[in-house]
Design a binder for this molecule. Structure first.
Ligand code: SF4
Length: 716
């Protein structure tokens, strides 16, 4: 930083799930002037990507909401109002909708952007006070398949590995994950490990992504056929006796079923489905199985599919049969998307009750009801609708009102024409967001201006289960309020809000979460953590049990080792299933995705660029992020373009069975002849075309695969 900084304030990056520790620099006038990476942090060791390094520009970026707003109808001009009135109108409306149409007629959707304490508090409010069962997060769009796959394989959610595994692995396989653009600092950690010690980097991706360009072996798979590739690899491993039979016998169940199923996936036949030739499949299978430790990572290429949960379970199968779970360098690591996707999985109650407890389990219902001091009958007995099912329920009239927090479905959901119609049909919509100009706010009746991340306090959990603290660098902007404050104020307006204790500070909520995390051999145990320790350690991984805390308290000067949580789960081979053994699950390939055909001959693939995060509500306002990536574009193979008379930087219209979009062409060999790629960040673009088909287990949409036709257009 060249600007004069008088004081550095510690916090954590609020974009991706890498979890970089940052410091915000303030000048002598207490004005925020710059950002730098924290050199002492295990995660990023002083490094930041372009988004992190410009994060200080968020504080006074354009479009920020300064006052609560209200109006009678969608699209009418908003009027400023007081917080009391905005909260009163909203709570009255929730109560009247619920009185007329039932408790579940009001839905709440939040996101992976809030602090964990805010998720916990919103969970209390949604489940314990408002009483709707239709409460979910936008994590259904990114991580639901990973959650579902982990639960099916290991009996519980929670990525079992960590970034240090890069330094121990002997084979690294990435499925549908483009680290250099999606998670640049994780990629930097991988690159450092590769520079120190050479090991094979295998990348499975239909597109020649930046990570694929660095791979030793790139497998340009046919979209949606990952399960076929993995089954064929397991065919080779098992039939050549390369599996870790001792590990399988001691720690898993279901091996015979998997062994029988994979006999249908001989690489000779599988190659015709997955598009990877037989010899390469055999070679990769042998490399993976013979490595002393091998690890797999994945992101949206696996999760955003109609068989995302199966894909995750099958990656887990591959690692279980090769004994690659719970050991240094041997793991099955989902790389999460949002900064606090893990926090919402752990504590939000979206998919059940806080702390990996479930509505379906009577003991869990009783435990939380007792802790909160309410009747367990207040809770529903099974999970309600996921975000992706909430919008169809608006169409059918089952849902009449909605509260959307820190997410932007008008840009992020598939088939946005359908989302628009649903939002227009709502009797009441409240939007809570940092930005007043977020696209979905066009349809709201009330707007709550929320404070940006470092104007408030709380924790995030990153991809490797590391809990880190966000400190409030500045006070809230104008009359915006921390989301935590908004949830607490809303709770006071409901009967149970007077019964349930709502701590006044995020740290108070954190202390409740610590109580709930103890016992029953839970892996999600944060009972030994304190805010002070989190800052001192620059993040601590869970489990970090109270026993450690007591040991630590006896020491005057805490050794850094005592501030470390467990880097890996399942190191003892004991899983969270009833039997304690991991489930090996036979995964049969099915293909119900839309396929290219004569009328719609191209696959449409979508993903991220390094400069932007999600729907650009923030990065679209940041100088260099926007200058380097100002507009959407479509990658197209030059041979395919030539056939259609399409030239570089011309405009084309893409049409799918859902809608159309006009976009500029970039000719590149990164995509095969039958595929085009468009970044998903831009409003009114790729998600006008995408398909709303859902994974049956996770309810995650198949964003990655749909069919489009392309035609030239003269003018934009
Ligand atoms: Fe922030 Fe992710 Fe970039 Fe780190 S890699 S600075 S967490 S956006």
């Amino acid at each position: 930083p060249s600007k004069k900084v008088e004081q550095w304030k510690y916090t954590t990056c609020n974009y991706c799930s890498t979890g970089c520790s940052i410091e915000i620099g303030l000048d002598t006038n207490k004005k925020v002037v710059t950002t730098r990476g924290h050199a002492g942090a295990d995660v990023n060791r002083g490094k930041l990507c372009i988004k992190g390094i410009l994060e200080h520009e968020l504080f006074d970026s354009p479009g920020r909401g300064s006052e609560p707003l209200i109006r009678d109808k969608h699209y009418e001009a908003f009027e400023k109002t007081s917080w009391d009135n905005a909260l009163d109108v909203t709570s009255d409306k929730i109560k009247s909708i619920q009185a007329q149409y039932g408790k579940d007629s009001f839905a709440i959707v939040s996101s992976g952007q809030l602090m964990t304490e805010e998720f916990y508090t919103l969970g209390k409010l949604a489940r314990g006070c408002i009483g709707t069962n239709n409460y979910d997060g936008n994590t259904t769009l990114c991580m639901a398949s990973a959650v579902s796959g982990y639960k099916r394989s290991f009996g519980s959610d929670g990525p079992p590995g960590c970034y240090d595994d890069f330094e121990h692995t002997h084979c690294f396989m990435a499925f549908g994950s483009n680290l250099p653009e999606q998670h640049p600092i994780i990629y930097w950690r991988l690159k450092e490990a590769l520079e120190k010690r050479k090991f094979p980097l295998i990348v499975v991706d239909p597109r020649v992504t930046m990570l694929a360009q660095f791979a030793d072996i790139h497998l340009p798979i046919t979209p949606g056929t990952d399960c076929v590739l993995i089954n064929a690899m397991m065919f080779v491993i098992i039939n050549e006796g390369l599996q870790d039979q001792a590990y399988i016998d001691a720690h898993t169940q279901g091996f015979d079923e998997v062994k029988a199923l994979v006999q249908d996936y001989d690489p000779k036949s599988a190659q015709h489905i997955c598009g990877i030739d037989e010899d390469t499949i055999r070679n990769v299978a042998r490399i993976y199985a013979k490595a002393p430790a091998a690890m797999s990572i994945w992101t949206m290429g696996i999760n955003q599919s109609t068989h995302g949960s199966d894909g995750v379970a099958n990656i887990n199968n591959l690692n279980l049969i090769t004994g690659n779970i719970g050991k240094p360098g041997g793991t099955s690591l989902s790389i999460t998307g949002q900064c606090n996707a893990m926090g919402t999985r752990e504590w939000s109650s979206c998919s059940g009750l806080p702390g990996y407890r479930y509505l379906e389990n009577a003991d869990d219902r009783q435990e939380i009801a007792d802790f909160w001091g309410i009747d367990p009958e207040f809770f529903p007995k099974k999970r309600g609708l996921a975000e992706t099912d909430i919008f169809p329920a608006i169409e059918t009239g089952e849902i009449k009102g909605m509260w959307i927090v820190a997410t932007n479905p008008m840009t992020s959901m598939p088939n946005t024409a359908r989302i628009r119609k649903a939002l227009e049909k709502l009797d009441f919509l409240v939007i809570q967001d940092v930005y007043e100009d977020v696209e979905t706010n066009q349809y709201s009746h009330v707007y709550f201006p929320a404070s940006v991340w470092a104007e408030k306090e709380g924790c995030h959990t990153n991809t490797e289960r590391r809990v880190n603290l966000i400190s409030n660098v500045l006070p809230p902007y104008a009359n915006s309020k921390p989301d935590f404050w908004i949830f607490n104020e809303m709770a006071k307006r409901f009967d149970n809000g007077k019964v349930i204790n709502f701590p006044e500070t995020p740290e108070g909520a954190f202390n409740e979460m610590k109580q709930l995390s103890k016992g029953k051999g839970r892996t999600l145990d944060i009972s030994g953590m304190t805010y002070e320790k989190l800052v001192k350690a620059k993040g601590i991984q869970w489990p970090y049990r109270e026993r450690k805390r007591e040991e630590n308290c006896e020491q005057d000067n805490e050794a850094p080792e005592s501030l470390k949580g467990d880097p890996r789960l399942y190191t003892d081979g004991k899983f969270q299933t009833k039997s304690g053994k991991a489930n090996l699950l036979p995964i049969k390939f099915f293909n119900n995705n839309e396929q290219p055909c004569q009328d719609f001959p191209f696959w449409l693939n979508s993903g991220r660029v390094v400069e932007h995060f999600h729907t650009r509500t923030r990065t679209g306002k940041i100088g260099n992020c926007n200058k380097f990536s100002p507009t959407a574009y479509m990658e197209m193979n030059p041979d395919a373009a030539n056939e259609l008379g399409i030239t570089h930087q011309s405009y084309v219209r893409l049409t799918s069975r859902r809608g159309d979009a006009v976009v500029m062409v970039q000719l590149t060999q990164r995509v095969p002849r039958n595929m085009v790629f468009i970044p998903f960040h831009f409003f009114d673009c790729v998600n006008r075309l995408t398909l709303g088909l859902l994974d049956p287990h996770s309810r995650q949409p198949a964003f990655k695969q749909c069919a489009v036709q392309i035609e030239t257009v003269d003018q934009v």
